[in-house]
Design a protein around this ligand. Structure first.
Ligand SMILES: O=C(O)CCC(=O)N[C@@H](CCC(=O)O)C(=O)O
Ligand SMILES: [Zn+2]
Length: 335
Protein backbone atom coordinates (compact mmCIF):
# COMPACT_ATOMS: atom_id res chain seq x y z
CA UNK A 1 0.00 0.00 0.00
CA UNK A 2 1.23 3.48 -0.89
CA UNK A 3 1.66 5.99 1.95
CA UNK A 4 -0.32 9.21 1.73
CA UNK A 5 2.00 12.06 0.76
CA UNK A 6 0.62 15.29 2.22
CA UNK A 7 3.05 17.58 0.42
CA UNK A 8 2.57 15.92 -2.97
CA UNK A 9 -1.21 15.91 -2.55
CA UNK A 10 -1.01 19.62 -1.68
CA UNK A 11 1.31 20.65 -4.50
CA UNK A 12 -0.38 18.55 -7.17
CA UNK A 13 -3.89 19.50 -6.02
CA UNK A 14 -4.68 15.78 -6.05
CA UNK A 15 -7.99 16.04 -4.20
CA UNK A 16 -11.13 18.09 -4.50
CA UNK A 17 -12.31 20.26 -1.63
CA UNK A 18 -14.62 18.26 0.60
CA UNK A 19 -13.40 14.87 -0.69
CA UNK A 20 -13.33 12.20 2.01
CA UNK A 21 -12.28 8.58 2.33
CA UNK A 22 -11.90 5.99 5.08
CA UNK A 23 -9.29 3.51 6.15
CA UNK A 24 -9.86 0.67 8.59
CA UNK A 25 -9.78 3.02 11.57
CA UNK A 26 -10.05 6.67 10.59
CA UNK A 27 -11.99 9.10 8.41
CA UNK A 28 -9.88 11.37 6.19
CA UNK A 29 -11.28 14.64 4.85
CA UNK A 30 -9.57 16.96 2.38
CA UNK A 31 -10.97 20.41 3.15
CA UNK A 32 -8.92 22.38 0.63
CA UNK A 33 -5.37 22.69 -0.65
CA UNK A 34 -3.06 21.54 2.16
CA UNK A 35 -5.90 21.18 4.70
CA UNK A 36 -6.40 17.59 5.82
CA UNK A 37 -8.54 16.41 8.74
CA UNK A 38 -8.25 12.91 10.20
CA UNK A 39 -10.46 11.53 12.95
CA UNK A 40 -11.34 8.15 14.40
CA UNK A 41 -14.33 6.29 12.97
CA UNK A 42 -15.14 4.13 15.94
CA UNK A 43 -13.57 5.63 19.06
CA UNK A 44 -14.43 8.49 21.37
CA UNK A 45 -12.63 11.69 20.57
CA UNK A 46 -10.57 13.06 23.46
CA UNK A 47 -8.99 16.19 22.01
CA UNK A 48 -8.62 18.42 18.94
CA UNK A 49 -5.17 19.08 17.55
CA UNK A 50 -4.05 21.48 14.79
CA UNK A 51 -0.58 20.83 13.36
CA UNK A 52 0.64 23.36 10.82
CA UNK A 53 3.82 23.70 8.79
CA UNK A 54 5.00 25.68 5.79
CA UNK A 55 3.38 28.95 6.87
CA UNK A 56 6.79 30.15 5.70
CA UNK A 57 7.57 28.39 2.44
CA UNK A 58 11.31 27.90 2.91
CA UNK A 59 11.00 26.27 6.38
CA UNK A 60 11.11 22.70 5.21
CA UNK A 61 11.97 20.62 8.31
CA UNK A 62 8.45 20.92 9.78
CA UNK A 63 6.96 20.00 6.38
CA UNK A 64 9.12 16.87 6.32
CA UNK A 65 8.08 16.06 9.90
CA UNK A 66 4.32 16.35 9.26
CA UNK A 67 4.66 14.60 5.91
CA UNK A 68 6.23 11.61 7.56
CA UNK A 69 3.65 11.60 10.38
CA UNK A 70 0.75 11.63 7.92
CA UNK A 71 2.41 8.93 5.81
CA UNK A 72 2.78 6.77 8.90
CA UNK A 73 -0.86 7.31 9.94
CA UNK A 74 -1.98 6.24 6.47
CA UNK A 75 0.01 3.00 6.67
CA UNK A 76 -0.69 2.13 10.32
CA UNK A 77 -4.46 2.54 10.02
CA UNK A 78 -4.69 2.67 13.81
CA UNK A 79 -7.54 4.44 15.44
CA UNK A 80 -6.76 7.93 16.68
CA UNK A 81 -8.15 9.28 19.95
CA UNK A 82 -7.96 12.85 18.65
CA UNK A 83 -9.31 14.82 15.74
CA UNK A 84 -6.39 16.33 13.91
CA UNK A 85 -6.18 19.08 11.32
CA UNK A 86 -2.95 19.05 9.32
CA UNK A 87 -2.21 22.31 7.52
CA UNK A 88 0.40 23.05 4.88
CA UNK A 89 0.38 26.82 5.21
CA UNK A 90 1.60 28.51 2.05
CA UNK A 91 1.82 26.09 -0.93
CA UNK A 92 2.88 28.69 -3.58
CA UNK A 93 5.73 29.89 -1.33
CA UNK A 94 6.77 26.27 -0.70
CA UNK A 95 6.84 25.70 -4.45
CA UNK A 96 9.25 28.63 -4.83
CA UNK A 97 11.14 27.83 -1.60
CA UNK A 98 10.54 31.38 -0.39
CA UNK A 99 9.49 32.67 3.03
CA UNK A 100 6.47 34.30 1.35
CA UNK A 101 5.37 35.63 -2.03
CA UNK A 102 3.84 39.06 -1.39
CA UNK A 103 3.35 39.36 2.34
CA UNK A 104 4.41 37.43 5.45
CA UNK A 105 1.49 35.04 6.06
CA UNK A 106 2.32 34.77 9.75
CA UNK A 107 1.41 38.44 10.28
CA UNK A 108 -2.04 38.18 8.72
CA UNK A 109 -4.21 36.26 11.20
CA UNK A 110 -6.40 39.26 11.99
CA UNK A 111 -9.85 38.21 10.74
CA UNK A 112 -9.55 40.62 7.85
CA UNK A 113 -12.59 40.88 5.59
CA UNK A 114 -12.36 41.15 1.77
CA UNK A 115 -11.08 42.75 -0.39
CA UNK A 116 -7.78 40.90 -0.18
CA UNK A 117 -4.72 42.53 -1.69
CA UNK A 118 -2.82 39.31 -2.37
CA UNK A 119 -2.86 35.52 -2.17
CA UNK A 120 -1.42 35.45 1.36
CA UNK A 121 -4.26 37.61 2.70
CA UNK A 122 -6.74 35.21 1.07
CA UNK A 123 -4.90 32.18 2.45
CA UNK A 124 -4.92 33.61 5.98
CA UNK A 125 -8.72 33.97 5.72
CA UNK A 126 -9.07 30.39 4.41
CA UNK A 127 -6.93 28.99 7.23
CA UNK A 128 -8.80 31.02 9.85
CA UNK A 129 -12.12 29.68 8.55
CA UNK A 130 -10.92 26.06 8.69
CA UNK A 131 -9.47 26.46 12.17
CA UNK A 132 -12.74 28.09 13.30
CA UNK A 133 -14.80 25.27 11.79
CA UNK A 134 -12.50 22.61 13.24
CA UNK A 135 -12.57 23.92 16.81
CA UNK A 136 -16.27 24.87 16.67
CA UNK A 137 -17.09 21.20 16.09
CA UNK A 138 -15.42 20.12 19.33
CA UNK A 139 -16.60 20.48 22.88
CA UNK A 140 -14.91 23.36 24.71
CA UNK A 141 -14.11 21.06 27.62
CA UNK A 142 -11.88 18.92 25.39
CA UNK A 143 -8.22 19.92 25.18
CA UNK A 144 -7.41 22.01 22.09
CA UNK A 145 -3.85 22.24 20.87
CA UNK A 146 -2.19 24.06 17.98
CA UNK A 147 1.52 23.61 17.26
CA UNK A 148 2.55 25.86 14.36
CA UNK A 149 5.90 24.46 13.29
CA UNK A 150 8.67 26.68 11.90
CA UNK A 151 12.44 26.94 11.59
CA UNK A 152 14.49 30.06 12.31
CA UNK A 153 16.40 32.08 9.71
CA UNK A 154 19.54 32.34 11.87
CA UNK A 155 21.45 29.85 13.89
CA UNK A 156 20.39 29.83 17.55
CA UNK A 157 22.14 29.35 20.87
CA UNK A 158 19.09 27.19 21.68
CA UNK A 159 18.10 25.71 18.29
CA UNK A 160 14.72 24.33 19.40
CA UNK A 161 12.46 26.88 21.05
CA UNK A 162 8.82 27.84 21.30
CA UNK A 163 6.99 31.17 21.37
CA UNK A 164 4.03 31.17 23.77
CA UNK A 165 1.49 33.75 22.52
CA UNK A 166 0.08 36.38 24.87
CA UNK A 167 -3.69 36.47 25.29
CA UNK A 168 -5.37 38.85 27.75
CA UNK A 169 -6.64 37.00 30.84
CA UNK A 170 -5.08 33.69 29.76
CA UNK A 171 -2.37 32.28 32.03
CA UNK A 172 0.82 30.74 30.73
CA UNK A 173 0.33 27.10 31.69
CA UNK A 174 3.10 25.01 33.22
CA UNK A 175 1.45 21.81 31.88
CA UNK A 176 1.58 23.25 28.34
CA UNK A 177 5.23 24.21 28.78
CA UNK A 178 5.96 20.74 30.19
CA UNK A 179 4.52 19.17 27.02
CA UNK A 180 6.76 21.44 24.95
CA UNK A 181 9.72 20.45 27.11
CA UNK A 182 8.90 16.75 26.66
CA UNK A 183 8.98 17.50 22.92
CA UNK A 184 12.72 18.15 23.16
CA UNK A 185 12.29 21.92 23.26
CA UNK A 186 14.22 23.39 26.16
CA UNK A 187 13.57 27.09 25.57
CA UNK A 188 10.29 28.99 25.80
CA UNK A 189 9.59 32.67 25.12
CA UNK A 190 6.58 34.14 26.89
CA UNK A 191 5.12 36.89 24.72
CA UNK A 192 4.18 40.18 26.36
CA UNK A 193 1.61 41.48 23.92
CA UNK A 194 -0.94 40.14 21.43
CA UNK A 195 0.34 39.42 17.94
CA UNK A 196 -1.07 38.50 14.53
CA UNK A 197 0.51 35.05 14.19
CA UNK A 198 -1.28 31.77 13.49
CA UNK A 199 -0.59 30.35 16.95
CA UNK A 200 -1.87 33.55 18.58
CA UNK A 201 -5.06 33.23 16.52
CA UNK A 202 -5.85 29.74 17.85
CA UNK A 203 -5.05 30.77 21.41
CA UNK A 204 -7.08 33.97 21.28
CA UNK A 205 -10.19 32.81 19.42
CA UNK A 206 -10.31 29.16 20.48
CA UNK A 207 -8.51 29.00 23.82
CA UNK A 208 -6.09 26.50 22.30
CA UNK A 209 -2.82 25.54 23.91
CA UNK A 210 -0.90 27.11 21.04
CA UNK A 211 2.77 27.67 20.31
CA UNK A 212 4.94 28.74 17.44
CA UNK A 213 7.56 26.00 17.58
CA UNK A 214 11.00 26.62 16.05
CA UNK A 215 12.70 23.36 15.03
CA UNK A 216 16.25 24.43 14.17
CA UNK A 217 17.43 26.53 11.24
CA UNK A 218 16.01 26.97 7.74
CA UNK A 219 17.36 24.42 5.28
CA UNK A 220 16.34 23.00 1.89
CA UNK A 221 14.26 19.83 1.49
CA UNK A 222 16.41 16.75 2.02
CA UNK A 223 19.00 18.63 4.09
CA UNK A 224 17.26 18.56 7.46
CA UNK A 225 18.44 16.50 10.39
CA UNK A 226 15.22 14.83 11.54
CA UNK A 227 16.89 13.17 14.55
CA UNK A 228 16.34 16.07 17.04
CA UNK A 229 12.65 16.03 16.05
CA UNK A 230 12.15 12.50 17.42
CA UNK A 231 10.86 13.75 20.81
CA UNK A 232 8.27 16.14 19.30
CA UNK A 233 7.18 13.38 16.96
CA UNK A 234 6.70 11.12 19.98
CA UNK A 235 4.67 13.73 21.89
CA UNK A 236 2.49 14.44 18.83
CA UNK A 237 1.90 10.72 18.35
CA UNK A 238 0.87 10.30 21.94
CA UNK A 239 -1.52 13.26 21.63
CA UNK A 240 -3.04 11.59 18.58
CA UNK A 241 -3.23 8.02 19.80
CA UNK A 242 -3.23 7.74 23.56
CA UNK A 243 -6.20 7.78 25.80
CA UNK A 244 -4.41 10.13 28.16
CA UNK A 245 -3.08 13.52 27.24
CA UNK A 246 0.66 13.47 28.02
CA UNK A 247 1.10 15.11 31.43
CA UNK A 248 4.86 15.31 31.94
CA UNK A 249 6.40 17.08 34.95
CA UNK A 250 7.94 20.46 34.27
CA UNK A 251 11.68 20.32 34.79
CA UNK A 252 12.42 23.94 35.83
CA UNK A 253 16.13 23.34 36.12
CA UNK A 254 16.41 22.28 32.46
CA UNK A 255 14.12 25.02 31.10
CA UNK A 256 15.39 28.26 29.54
CA UNK A 257 12.44 30.53 30.14
CA UNK A 258 12.33 34.08 28.78
CA UNK A 259 9.85 36.91 28.84
CA UNK A 260 9.69 39.21 25.83
CA UNK A 261 11.05 42.56 26.92
CA UNK A 262 10.75 44.65 23.74
CA UNK A 263 9.29 44.23 20.28
CA UNK A 264 11.46 46.41 18.05
CA UNK A 265 9.85 47.42 14.75
CA UNK A 266 11.37 48.62 11.53
CA UNK A 267 9.85 52.08 11.16
CA UNK A 268 12.01 53.55 8.40
CA UNK A 269 13.61 52.50 5.15
CA UNK A 270 17.13 52.85 6.52
CA UNK A 271 16.66 50.41 9.43
CA UNK A 272 19.82 48.33 9.88
CA UNK A 273 21.16 45.92 12.48
CA UNK A 274 24.27 46.63 14.53
CA UNK A 275 25.61 43.11 13.90
CA UNK A 276 25.96 40.66 11.01
CA UNK A 277 24.02 37.61 9.87
CA UNK A 278 26.27 35.26 11.84
CA UNK A 279 25.02 36.56 15.19
CA UNK A 280 22.95 33.80 16.73
CA UNK A 281 19.48 34.06 18.21
CA UNK A 282 19.71 34.33 22.03
CA UNK A 283 22.94 36.34 21.98
CA UNK A 284 23.13 38.47 25.13
CA UNK A 285 23.90 42.17 24.93
CA UNK A 286 25.32 44.51 27.57
CA UNK A 287 23.47 47.65 28.55
CA UNK A 288 24.09 50.45 26.01
CA UNK A 289 25.48 48.14 23.32
CA UNK A 290 23.91 49.11 19.96
CA UNK A 291 21.28 46.75 18.56
CA UNK A 292 20.07 48.63 15.49
CA UNK A 293 20.03 51.96 13.70
CA UNK A 294 17.36 53.92 11.92
CA UNK A 295 16.56 57.55 11.09
CA UNK A 296 19.91 58.73 12.51
CA UNK A 297 19.19 57.12 15.85
CA UNK A 298 20.72 54.15 17.60
CA UNK A 299 18.62 51.59 19.43
CA UNK A 300 20.62 50.36 22.45
CA UNK A 301 20.32 47.42 24.80
CA UNK A 302 18.35 48.54 27.84
CA UNK A 303 20.01 46.29 30.42
CA UNK A 304 22.82 43.78 30.86
CA UNK A 305 22.04 40.35 29.40
CA UNK A 306 19.27 41.63 27.15
CA UNK A 307 18.77 38.73 24.73
CA UNK A 308 18.10 39.21 21.01
CA UNK A 309 15.96 36.86 18.93
CA UNK A 310 14.60 36.94 15.34
CA UNK A 311 16.63 40.02 14.29
CA UNK A 312 15.78 40.77 10.65
CA UNK A 313 16.32 44.12 8.94
CA UNK A 314 14.58 42.93 5.77
CA UNK A 315 11.04 42.96 7.17
CA UNK A 316 8.40 45.30 5.74
CA UNK A 317 8.22 48.77 7.26
CA UNK A 318 6.04 48.71 10.37
CA UNK A 319 6.79 45.04 11.09
CA UNK A 320 8.71 43.39 13.89
CA UNK A 321 12.45 43.48 13.23
CA UNK A 322 13.59 41.81 16.46
CA UNK A 323 12.46 40.72 19.90
CA UNK A 324 14.47 41.28 23.01
CA UNK A 325 14.09 39.01 26.00
CA UNK A 326 14.86 38.88 29.68
CA UNK A 327 15.29 35.73 31.74
CA UNK A 328 12.09 34.63 33.48
CA UNK A 329 11.35 32.31 36.35
CA UNK A 330 9.04 29.29 36.10
CA UNK A 331 7.01 30.72 39.01
CA UNK A 332 5.21 32.92 36.39
CA UNK A 333 3.61 29.74 35.00
CA UNK A 334 0.25 28.62 36.41
CA UNK A 335 -0.88 25.02 36.59
O1 LIG B 1 14.09 33.45 12.30
C1 LIG B 1 13.30 34.36 12.12
O2 LIG B 1 13.64 35.56 12.09
C2 LIG B 1 11.82 34.06 11.94
C3 LIG B 1 11.43 32.62 12.17
C4 LIG B 1 9.90 32.61 12.21
O3 LIG B 1 9.27 32.48 11.20
N1 LIG B 1 9.38 32.87 13.40
C5 LIG B 1 7.98 33.15 13.57
C6 LIG B 1 7.71 33.43 15.02
C7 LIG B 1 6.24 33.74 15.26
C8 LIG B 1 5.93 34.12 16.70
O4 LIG B 1 6.47 35.13 17.18
O5 LIG B 1 5.12 33.43 17.34
C9 LIG B 1 7.62 34.38 12.73
O6 LIG B 1 8.44 35.30 12.65
O7 LIG B 1 6.55 34.38 12.16
ZN1 LIG C 1 8.62 30.75 10.19
Amino acid sequence: MKAFNLLEATQANEHTDGESWQDAANLWQWHGQGILQVEPRHRDIKRSIVLSCGVHGNETAPIELLNSLVAELSLEQQSLTARVLFIVGNPPAIELQKRFIDENLNRLFVRKEPPFANAEQRRAKTLEMHVDRFFAASDKSMPRVHYDLHTAIRGSEYPFFAVYPFVQNMDFSSAAVARIQASGIDTVLLSSEPSTTFSHYSAKYHGAEAFTVELGQVSAFGHNNLEPMVPIRRVIKSMLHDNFFPEPELNDAALNLFQVSRVIHRNYDDFSLAFDDQLKNFTRFKKDQPLAYEANQTIYADFDNEVVVFPNAAVAIGQRAMLTLKAADASVLRS
